[in-house]
Design a protein around this ligand. Structure first.
Ligand code: UDX
Length: 449
């Protein structure tokens, strides 16, 4: 079994490497010469736990290789996965499919014998059909090509594990022969009895958007409930725990925070609303989610300003974490990219730390003082804001942190600390969906049991 993976971005690189781990020969293709040269030397362009070791292992075994020559990679491949980017179009937020279509054309021109062409990128409903048409128009007369949709559900920071232990595999195709090839590709998981949903290409494409939009809706829902908790003195963590115990609701993705970010949720929710408009099936709930999440990141900057007494001019503010979530160096659509510039605009001086994402963030954030040690952001600070729940921030010596601060003010947007403990340490502590505490305030927070 031989595969070609077109596109060595997040999805392509993780999927290609993990397929090699399943025992399949994989050639990863990219047009970016520098990236391919770096990968050949074992340099991974992203931070993803476990990936670097796995790439090195599979390259050493001869199962994984990298090239810029698409035609060579495709020739003789049983299946070709298209995992190129689908960024939102600037004018309307619709997914830009030009890279997918260009790849499909080149694959069709190069494929020989029987090949399954699989769209792995997140693509709007109808894309697999469009790819089918492009392939029919460009393929060699003696080749036979079937098209399938096979979306990924990987979380950044846990992508290797998610690929190896998925909740389900979704395959959308009209071809029995293509299903057989993909069953073979996923054989180790198939033998493990990982559920497989075999369906049409249209259904498969919608499944991916529906899953991401549902999760984004769940987060946005609990974020708005958190606002209500703050307004009424209730505790959102208790609300989330209690409603999450209802099996119909489930406890995951009910952590209130500064709004979702990352490479998927913002892009996919927007693309789904666009598809809904174009197909005259408006996704009004998701439209509201997109708007609420956008506003939330702005509101979070206002919240920091309010916690600082309404004016941050000349204040020194420390920021812990700029990645959109822990275990990644990705800052795409991260709340930090909205909150930090807003605080700077209001005259604050920002000192920031992130274990992995500084380099990426430096491309977007200007005039930030970057420090290598989380305690250094707190030195003489008027406030410290926690934006990402990295494990190392959960285990900070808070006494040491508070002792070095100018004003003991902590804004914890990930609820990683306990209000009562922070109060005892002398903090003015503001978190999400829980009552604010000051050293002399009465604590009404109870432990959820
Ligand atoms: C997501 C999906 O989980 C994955 O299945 C899909 O393939 C790609 O998109 P990812 O973007 O890597 O994965 O991150 P995820 O862990 O889902 O978090 C997304 C965002 O939601 C982050 O900004 C995170 O902080 C936020 N979030 C998540 C919350 O605010 N609260 C939660 O309870 C969960």
């Amino acid at each position: 079994m031989r595969l070609a993976m077109v596109g060595t971005g997040y999805v392509g690189l993780v999927s290609g490497t993990c397929f090699a781990e399943f025992g399949v020969d994989v050639v990863c293709v990219d047009t970016n010469v520098e990236k391919i040269e770096a990968l050949k030397k074992g340099k991974i362009p992203i931070f993803e736990p476990g990936l670097e070791d796995l790439v090195a292992k599979q390259v050493a075994r001869g199962r994984l290789s990298f090239t810029t020559n698409l035609a060579e990679a495709v020739k003789g491949a049983d299946a070709v996965f298209i995992a190129v980017g689908t960024p939102p179009r600037k004018e309307d937020g619709h997914a830009d499919l030009s890279f997918v279509y260009a790849a499909a054309k080149q694959v069709a021109e190069a494929a020989e014998g029987y090949t399954v062409v699989v769209t792995k990128s997140t693509v709007p409903v109808g894309t697999a059909r469009a790819v089918e048409k492009i392939i029919a128009e460009n393929k060699k007369s003696d080749s036979v090509i079937d098209v399938a949709s096979n979306p990924e559900f990987l979380r950044e920071g846990a992508a290797v594990n998610d690929f190896m232990r998925p909740d389900r595999i979704v395959i959308g195709t009209d071809s029995e022969r293509a299903v057989e090839v993909l069953r073979e590709v996923y054989r180790p998981l198939y033998l493990n009895e990982t559920p497989m949903v075999i369906t049409t290409p249209e259904t498969s494409e919608i499944i991916k958007y529906a899953a991401n939009a549902f999760l984004a809706t769940k987060i946005t829902f609990i974020n708005e409930i958190a606002n209500l908790c703050e307004a009424s003195g209730a505790n959102v963590q208790h609300v989330a725990k209690a409603i999450g115990l209802d099996g119909r609701i489930g406890s995951k993705f009910l952590h209130a925070g500064p709004g979702y970010g990352g490479s998927c949720f913002p892009k996919d929710t927007l693309a789904l609303t666009q598809t809904g408009q174009v197909m005259k099936a408006p996704q009004t709930i998701v439209e509201a989610v997109v708007k609420a999440n956008h506003n939330r990141q702005q509101q979070m900057a206002e919240r920091v300003i309010a916690a600082c007494g309404g004016d941050v001019k000349g204040m020194k503010i420390g920021v812990l974490g700029v990645a959109f979530k822990p275990n990644t160096d990705d800052v795409r659509d991260a709340p930090s990219l909205v909150i930090i510039p807003e605080l700077q605009k209001e005259g604050a001086e920002i000192f920031a730390h992130d274990p992995e994402a500084q380099e990426e963030a430096e491309k977007h954030l200007k005039n930030v003082h970057w420090v290598k040690d989380p305690y250094a952001v707190a030195k003489d600070a008027d406030a410290v804001v926690i934006l990402t729940e990295w494990n190392e921030y959960r285990a900070l010596d808070m006494k040491r942190l508070s002792d070095s601060m100018g004003v003991k003010r902590l804004i914890d947007m990930r609820n990683i600390y306990k209000p009562a403990v922070m109060r005892e340490l002398g903090f003015h502590y503001v978190s999400i969906g829980r009552p604010e505490v000051t050293p002399d305030s009465e604590v009404k927070i109870r432990k959820v049991s």
